[in-house]
Design a protein around this ligand. Structure first.
Ligand code: SF4
Length: 405
């Protein structure tokens, strides 16, 4: 694929940045002068989005009696060949289960109409300029009974804004309405959902009726228009700067980081800070971390390009994962039949619970068409209680009701 981000977006604001642009309109122009950043997390996000698209299209094709493989899909899109590791396959399985839960939640009755309309489609919108004022790309658009569902997968570990407050979804909703209107798809309203499989809890879903769709269009156009103003102001905040590519060179961001020293008072004990001061320190620390990561990134690029005397890139570490346990067991047990027994080898393996969930659910569903994924999950965990263990990760700080500051 030779398209760059700028090509596909035609240099216009894109819905994926609307959360930031609403907070810091000037970041649109600032980012234009910054190079695209590549990172393992971004590459993984692209891979996972492709795999989710493949899973949706594969399911859709299966209903028509057609089959295609992951590699067929990659070839058809001219994407480079790629494999997912076990954890990534598990993650995509969880994302699909969360989508199943969304379906169960919004469908009026279990067999109501549910069909895929399109995946990864970018559209442009304006109420007066041909060619559009902003664009947006949904991960999937469905028809759900007499409504639409526009869906966004997020694979990060940090919870994004809820569907209700999410500017990206708000900007995608009018684009989905535009498509439906152009293609004669009748709908009453549009559901918008965010599915974050790495974040605990269910998907976040909201509903737009006619009035809300029209308001979303006006609000989104206002965000886009403010962003393209060459004199758009810049406002630094943890939420705005988190994913902004301009952090390392932005005066406002650097000034915010410097401000961290302002919390030092004559009361040099954490216990003596007020809750509001602690919240301020917490937010400053988060912004400073992101700013430091942006500077690290730019510095590393320069070091890799040999531009910084006295620094060079040290080689990375290589890891190895067994992807075919039965093949590995065959070859090892043939070599060491007394030592690598089935039991000893099983002690080195972990069972992928997502894959097992799907296998067991398919079996239960074949026996009882009313079996739900949730009930199958609970049934399996009860059955295997003595053969496994449940772990709950450490919780993370979550701001509620606007925090204390
Ligand atoms: S770093 Fe922050 S303040 Fe600067 S342009 Fe980006 S979002 Fe705005």
């Amino acid at each position: 694929m030779t398209d760059t981000v700028e090509d596909v977006r035609k240099g216009l604001p894109s819905a994926s940045a609307f959360g930031r642009l609403a907070l810091c309109p000037g970041s649109f122009t600032m980012e234009k002068s910054c190079p695209d950043e590549s990172s393992e997390a971004a590459a993984e996000g692209t891979l996972l989005h492709r795999y989710m698209e493949y899973l949706l299209l594969k399911d859709d094709a299966a209903e028509e009696g057609m089959e295609f493989s992951w590699h067929d899909f990659l070839n058809s899109r001219e994407y480079e060949s790629a494999e997912l590791n076990h954890e990534q396959v598990e993650l995509c399985g969880r994302a699909l289960r969360l989508l199943d839960d969304v379906k169960e939640k919004i469908l009026d009755y279990p067999d109501a109409f549910f069909s895929l309309v399109s995946t990864e489609e970018r559209r442009f919108l304006s109420d007066w300029i041909e060619g559009g004022e902003y664009s947006g790309q949904w991960d999937a658009l469905f028809r759900v009974g007499s409504d639409l569902l526009v869906l966004d997968w997020k694979f990060g570990r940090v919870a994004v804004d809820s569907a209700e407050a999410n500017r990206q979804l708000e900007a995608l909703v009018p684009l989905a309405a535009q498509k439906a209107n152009e293609e004669g798809i009748i709908y009453n309203g549009i559901y918008a959902a965010i599915i974050q499989p790495r974040v605990a809890g269910p998907a976040s879903v909201t509903f737009y009726d006619d009035e809300a769709i029209s308001q979303a269009e006006q609000d989104s156009l206002a965000v886009a228009r403010a962003a393209v103003d060459p004199d758009a102001p810049r406002y630094c905040s943890e939420a705005a700067c988190r994913y902004c590519r301009a952090k390392a060179v932005c005066h406002e961001a650097a000034a915010m980081v410097e401000q961290a020293s302002l919390i030092a008072t004559d009361r040099d004990k954490w216990e003596l800070f007020s809750p509001a001061e602690k919240v301020q320190a917490y937010h400053l620390a988060k912004t400073a971390k992101k700013w430091a990561a942006a500077v690290d990134y730019r510095f590393e690029q320069d070091v890799a390009a040999g531009l910084i005397p006295g620094f060079e890139m040290a080689p990375g570490r290589t890891s190895f994962t067994v992807t075919d346990p039965s093949g590995a067991f065959s070859v090892l047990s043939a070599e060491f039949p007394d030592e690598v027994t089935a039991e000893a080898f099983a002690g080195c393996c972990k069972v992928g619970i997502t894959e097992l969930d799907r296998l067991v659910h398919a079996a239960r569903k074949a026996a009882d068409p009313k079996a739900t994924t949730k009930a199958s999950r609970e049934w399996l965990r009860q059955l295997l209680a003595e053969y496994g263990e449940s772990k709950t990760t450490k919780g993370s700080v979550k701001e509620v009701e606007g925090g204390a500051a």
